[in-house]
Design a protein. Structure first.
Length: 296
């Protein structure tokens, strides 16, 4: 799927954009299912296991920050991950054995949909090696004014910056950190059907949606099967116990088979502890943890 030039660009810069990675019919189905899920949120009055609500959410004006675990809400999201060109890109970059860390459909509402402060995914879930990445499949056109993904090229080869504030993990870097080189940021816009890829250590964030159009991006966070999570990372898996963890791991396999010999690499790690008062989502972690905004 990917050319050698694309692979080298990803290796050097820690991000990549792949154009039209889904077919028109796949995109139509993704859009229709997403619209239906958003419409069903009209009856929801507080965040739950499916929806994270944004400020101002109401039956007449559904406003969401995200739909949680979309691959469990409808088969189309799971199929796109496992049986499409998205799958080909995944194996090109991570090899034949891969699993899903999590999925989410970030649905920034028009007119101020919530920002995601600058962070590295690695700060949330470090592992035995950093062969992890995130896909961002654009379900609608993404333009400079509706909260596109921003990345800092090459930051995946640098340090893990502090994501702490006032003694707790706040899930965001301090915009005044001298190692945070915001002036190097690249804006990733595109058409519906395009997909971004960013390495787990790449610094990234997204501004509020100030347009009159929703920004819908389907995110898959994936890992090589030999990248085992470290104890203390912010993941539900630590509460499962050994047997349930094994069953859950098999359920999250995307391609190939589980690996029982984790690869240990010399990678920088900062643990996301102690947790923020509310760490139920990145939005709550950043808000309750006292993260300082880079978009204020």
């Amino acid at each position: 799927m990917l050319s050698q030039k694309q692979r080298e660009f990803y290796e050097t810069n820690g991000y990549l954009k792949v154009e039209q990675v889904v077919t028109p019919s796949e995109l139509d189905e993704l859009q229709a299912v997403t619209d239906q899920l958003i419409d069903e949120s009209r009856q929801v009055t507080q965040s739950n296991e499916v929806y994270d609500l944004d400020r101002g959410h109401a039956p007449q004006d559904p406003r969401l920050t995200r739909i949680k675990l979309p691959h469990k809400r409808h088969a189309i999201y799971d199929r796109i991950l496992k049986q499409s060109k998205v799958t080909e890109v995944l194996t090109d970059l991570l090899g034949p054995n891969t699993f899903l860390n999590t999925s989410k459909l970030n649905t920034k509402a028009p007119g101020g949909g919530a920002a995601v402060e600058w962070h590295q995914d690695w700060a949330f879930y470090p592992a035995t090696n950093d062969s992890l990445l995130a896909f961002g499949l654009m379900l609608r056109d993404v333009t400079p004014d509706n909260g596109p993904l921003l990345v800092i090229p090459g930051s995946h080869k640098g340090p893990v910056l502090s994501h702490h504030a006032s003694g707790v993990f706040c899930g965001a870097v301090n915009p005044e950190d001298p190692q945070f080189e915001r002036d190097k940021a690249v804006t990733l816009t595109g058409r519906a059907g395009d997909m971004t890829v960013h390495h787990v250590r790449t610094l990234h964030g997204s501004a509020p949606n100030v347009s009159d159009r929703a920004r819908q991006i389907l995110f898959y966070e994936c890992a090589s099967a030999d990248a085992w999570p470290l104890l203390g990372a912010s993941s539900y898996i630590h509460s499962l116990g050994q047997r349930m963890f094994w069953e859950d791991l098999q359920d999250r396999m995307i391609t190939g088979t589980p690996c029982l010999q984790p690869r240990l690499a010399q990678v920088p790690v900062r643990m996301p502890l102690p947790p923020a008062p509310d760490n139920s989502s990145i939005f709550k972690t950043q808000e309750s943890g006292g993260a300082k905004s880079a978009f204020a």
